[in-house]
Design a protein around this ligand. Sequence first.
Ligand SMILES: Cc1ncc(COP(=O)(O)O)c(C=O)c1O
Length: 383
Amino acid sequence: MLQTSYIEISRKAYRNNLRYLKKIIGRDVVFSSVIKGNAYGHGVENIIPLAEESGIHHFSVFSACEAYKALEILSPRSQLMIMGFLDDEQIEWAIENDIAFFVFDMERLRKAVETAKILRKRARIHIEVETGFNRTGFEYGSIDTLVALLKQYHDHYVFQGLCTHYAGAESIANYLRIKNQITKFRQFNRYFLRHDLRPEFCHTACSAAALTYPNTIMNLVRFGIAQYGFWPSPETHMFRFRKDSSDANPLRRMLSWKSRVMVVKNVEAGSFVGYGSSFLANKKIRIAIIPVGYANGFSRALSNTGRVLIRGRRVPVIGTVTMNTMTVNVTDIPNVERGDEVVMIGRQNRMSISIASFCEMSEQLNYQLLTRLPADIPRYVVP
Ligand SMILES: Cc1ncc(COP(=O)(O)O)c(C=O)c1O
């Protein structure tokens, strides 16, 4: 093993998640697999082929940089959509490569259609409208100018989508805000239709919206976190739990993160372990050093609080997590030795450490933890 840890991606779990989510949206709705943030830490090089073999041919990224990488892996049949950052210099590249992109201001719209005109190739645009998130999107007040421009340049683009993003569909506390966003989106759509501007796709739903507000599903859904087996929030899980009337969690986590024991040794009673004095051995203990630290994605906040699995048992992290190592207390586990498997996230025998518990311990969102798993940790697809 060259790297100090590795990540396993379960094909079976991914297929299970896709089956469940596809059933919710129905056969006629396009499933766009959101693969930004290195496919939420799972590795685009793994997720794109897995999604394609399950019949998914639409992918969403945030930036041109992510699109470059995705394009190297995508099969020619698949479509790519940039939902965020795309500098003027990359617009030509995007149009030439048939990459669709969100358009959320007049400057980008003008640049897109003018570039398309020069290239004699239509730009595939998704008009993003501001409905209440207050991030990107055309304001309703600018709709007349927008419609006029779209009509003027109608030969130079394909109106692929009309879209928006919700401000926190994973929490009931935002219910009114989401409801108002849906109403506002419909208002935009009606206006476009009245002016004979009919988008191929209307898309507003991310995972939480699709799972809890069925009327946000429309004809394309941008699924991020749920496809990877995570609930956007405990509330979303509870909502589905009651609706699906099944005790079993329909989503399966597909990522495990593992390493190996590097060193095992004894520490005498009265000695401190690691930097400083945050852990004092009050009796003779046996410790194992694991070659994974905060530079490898194991948060320093897990010092003296984290847990890992060794020989099917949960063992505590003691002392501070350093840049490249952590120390765990293996006193109660007989025969731990160098080379033993260590599970930071995932299952070992009958024990497991979930991302959720990991997040709780380090006070991170599952989204944040996943996307912070360093890209250089090797990832392997397992059956
Ligand atoms: C515009 C947009 N659509 C879809 C998603 C996917 O969201 P989720 O991972 O909650 O499904 C995101 C993620 O932040 C997003 O920014």
